[in-house]
Design a protein around this ligand. Structure first.
Ligand SMILES: C[S@@+](CC[C@H](N)C(=O)[O-])C[C@H]1O[C@@H](n2cnc3c(N)ncnc32)[C@H](O)[C@@H]1O
Length: 234
């Protein structure tokens, strides 16, 4: 039995947190990003560059926003979406158009797919929730076909002049919105901590390089608190 058959302690806590916030997830995301999240997900899908009739895997799909954007962008392609929260998957699978996506329960540490299965892999807000970013990116490298792309949407700590006001805003607003909208300050305090505590794009790019990816590119969004990174498997 591999050590990843069951999520780690942190994994189980993350799973519980997302099971708890499912009902409010989309609404909170719209509020926290002032409505920008859907556009970033479309950008992630567009950057994946899936060829006609190709395949895409969206990991940590949550309520499926990236997977559904990919389906719209690449009609006729095979879109697979995985998450280890059953409640998030059920929410995703109930959305309009969702029956064309293959939804599957899986842990990002141990993907249930053969080597070189997909033309593209995407994920939003996965990496800051895992114990070992390098291992998770290695798994993605394994399931990508040669030449395939990975596209990552993630939060990052703000830098430069805006660093202090933006950090303060995140620290105050996210738990407050969590309390007001979801009546769950604790779960959103976790999201606030993981947002400010995650890596810079340069740090993620360095890991992508170690894992074997090439052609890395990144851009920041939303006052430097979000990043979209893409890379290619040789
Ligand atoms: C913040 S949500 C993001 C959902 C979606 N990607 C988006 O952009 O809205 C993070 C998701 O990652 C999932 N997740 C976290 N760690 C995971 C892991 N190790 N394996 C699979 N899913 C994971 C959680 O269950 C949750 O649904």
């Amino acid at each position: 039995m591999s050590s990843h058959d069951q999520p780690s302690l942190k994994g189980r806590e993350v799973q519980r947190t997302f099971d708890k916030v499912t009902d409010y997830y989309d609404r909170m995301n719209r509020l926290m990003t002032l409505g920008r999240h859907a556009a970033w997900c479309r950008d992630v899908a567009a950057s994946a560059g899936v060829p006609p009739g190709g395949s895409l895997l969206d990991i940590a799909t949550g309520t499926g926003v990236i997977a559904l954007a990919a389906l719209e962008r690449y009609p006729g392609s095979a879109v697979f979406a995985v998450d280890f929260s059953e409640r998030m998957l059920a929410e995703a699978a109930n959305k309009p158009g969702a029956s064309a996506v293959t939804w599957q329960h899986a842990d990002a540490n141990d993907l249930p797919f053969d080597d070189e299965s997909f033309d593209a892999v995407t994920h939003g807000y996965l990496l800051r929730n895992v114990d070992d970013v390098e291992r998770v990116l290695e798994e993605q490298h394994r399931v990508l076909k040669p030449g395939g792309r990975v596209v990552i949407l993630e939060t990052c700590p703000p830098r430069g002049l805006l660093r202090y006001p933006v950090s303060l805003g995140v620290r105050v607003m996210i738990p407050l919105l969590g309390q007001m909208v979801a009546r769950d300050r604790e779960s959103y305090a976790y999201l606030q901590r993981s947002t400010l505590g995650f890596m810079t794009p340069q740090e993620v790019v360095a890991i992508l390089r170690r894992v074997g990816f090439v052609s890395m590119a990144w851009k920041k969004r939303f006052f430097g608190t979000h990043m979209i990174i893409s890379a290619r498997k040789r």
